[in-house]
Design a protein around this ligand. Structure first.
Ligand SMILES: Cc1cc2nc3c(=O)[nH]c(=O)nc-3n(C[C@H](O)[C@H](O)[C@H](O)COP(=O)(O)OP(=O)(O)OC[C@H]3O[C@@H](n4cnc5c(N)ncnc54)[C@H](O)[C@@H]3O)c2cc1C
Length: 457
């Protein structure tokens, strides 16, 4: 079973807690709700936000409860890299090859649009969440990655996929100067953002609670069983809620409640850190980053407005050891082989940082939900009318979740089918996807480590 463990490592983002962190709107669980959302991360909070907006617009009031196993935003969202980095080419190039041009365009532009959506939301609601619009520099430190990205970008340009136009490419002569990264062989930059994810999510939750949503933290859902009249019982140790619609926003942990997703959404442990530069004159970085260091090895990094750096990845030190990260749900422990990876990180990789005195202030872990084909599962759970899923973001939820949640809200409030909502077709959860035996994570692990693909879960 893959329920969230208690007493997780402390991420930087959870050092300033909101009054709703352990909130329970009522002492007892409500006995009924129109909609129960399981999970109070970015997905759960965004779904509640869009449900409220749409039910208000269509004058169809809804009673909504959110049930969260631990504290609010204590899952992957509260422990990620804060990087809202729409991928303009990697996923789209994969989709182009496998599903064709239209699917590639949908995947790429759906992600790209989310920076503007969040910018508009933050401005409209004056959300205090350190949101910054920037450009992401995707820096290749080895030639194969450089050539692969270049090839993918060319294919997308040729196919007319819109996001390819926003990418600025620097070749091996200029990549180091443009990026400031030592040994850069190529650099691709494109629009992105970064954010304090906990503050964004707690704003959405707080607004939802003020609008009457019943939030119940520290209440793990143990099962969902059928009730009469086509309704569902959402069961917890504190009692059950009878609901017409149940929405799984439980990401990595989904298969403990929906075993049919066991092969399709697998918990994967990641590690992240905050680096502090004590000297006021540490070089300023205007962009956010991905550093592709070696096959299977990459880091992601944002430069915060307080001068600190949040950087995650560290695969160099643990990727080959599958038991450290694959099918792991324990975020109460660090990934042991990688716990010192971030020491001297800035000095190692960035020009001008050698004598910055930058040091690792915090290291934490978090659990992501990796989907077996790399795309999230959004829509009605096959064979379970009234149950919907919004999960499986493969460590890349920040540019996918907000609009996926909006699609879910359209299905619930307006009764639209998954084919009718604004959602890339490859995100739709389908029985064929659940039955597919492929697994992109294990296949790429086997390719990099030259080991055999391990037996299926
Ligand atoms: C170390 C790390 C770094 C990352 N960096 C980035 C990044 O920089 N950019 C990016 O785009 N993505 C990043 N990600 C991925 C990103 O954080 C996720 O894709 C995203 O936060 C998923 O949001 P979510 O709401 O679906 O899941 P979560 O935030 O995990 O929320 C799911 C919630 O459901 C709750 N839950 C689960 N089971 C139950 C149950 N049975 N009963 C009740 N509640 C339950 C959990 O406790 C949890 O709070 C990173 C992830 C990690 C771990």
């Amino acid at each position: 079973m893959t329920f969230p463990v208690q007493k997780s490592t402390l991420p930087f983002w959870r050092t300033e807690l909101h009054p709703l962190d352990t909130h329970r709107s009522t002492e007892e669980l409500p006995s009924e709700a129109d909609v129960v959302i399981i999970g109070a991360g970015y997905s759960g909070a965004s779904i509640a936000h869009h449900l409220l907006e749409k039910s208000k617009a269509s004058n169809k009031p809804l009673s909504i409860a959110i049930v969260e196993a631990r504290e609010a935003c204590s899952g992957a969202t509260g422990r990620n890299g804060g990087h809202l980095k729409p991928d303009p080419y990697m996923r789209a190039a994969g989709a182009l090859q496998k599903y064709g041009k239209e699917a590639a365009e949908e995947v790429a532009s759906f992600e790209a649009r989310q920076v503007k959506e969040i910018k508009d939301l933050v401005e409209k609601e004056s959300i205090d969440c350190d949101f910054v619009v920037t450009r992401a520099s995707d820096v290749c430190l080895y030639e194969d990655a450089h050539q692969e990205l270049k090839r993918g970008l060319q294919q997308l340009k040729k196919a007319g996929v819109s996001t390819a136009d926003g990418v600025f490419y620097s070749d091996s002569r200029t990549a180091e100067g443009v990026s400031g990264v030592k040994g850069a062989k190529g650099c691709f930059s494109y629009p992105a953002g970064h954010v304090w994810p906990y503050k964004l999510v707690l704003h959405l939750l707080s607004k939802a609670v003020s609008a009457g949503v019943n939030l119940q933290t520290t209440t793990p859902v143990t099962s969902v069983t059928s009730a009469d009249n086509g309704k569902w019982n959402v069961n917890t140790s504190r009692g059950s809620i009878r609901a017409s619609k149940v929405i799984y926003a439980s990401n990595a942990y989904t298969s403990s409640l929906l075993p049919e997703f066991k092969k399709s959404i697998v918990p994967v442990r990641g590690i992240c850190s905050r680096i502090v530069a004590p000297k006021v004159d540490a070089p300023f970085l205007s962009n956010s980053y991905i550093l592709r260091i070696a096959p299977g090895e990459y880091d992601y990094l944002i430069h915060r407005t307080d001068g600190s750096i949040v950087v995650g990845g560290a695969r160099r030190d643990f990727f080959s050891q599958l038991d450290q990260w694959y099918n792991v749900t324990d975020d109460s422990k660090l990934i042991e082989p990688a716990k010192h990876y971030f020491d001297n990180y800035m000095q190692r990789h960035f020009k001008g940082w050698e004598s910055s005195g930058a040091y690792t202030d915090k290291v934490w872990t978090g659990i992501m939900g990796y989907s077996s084909d790399g795309f999230p599962h959004i829509g009605e759970v096959p064979g379970k009318a009234g149950q919907l899923i919004c999960a499986g973001f493969s460590g890349h939820g920040m540019p996918q979740i907000y609009l996926s949640a909006k699609a879910i809200a359209d299905m619930v409030v307006n009764g639209q089918a998954v084919e009718e909502v604004d959602l890339p077709r490859v995100y739709r959860t389908l029985r064929e996807r659940l039955e597919d035996e492929g697994n992109v994570t294990l296949e790429s692990w086997a390719k990099v480590t030259k080991k055999a693909v391990p037996p299926k879960l």
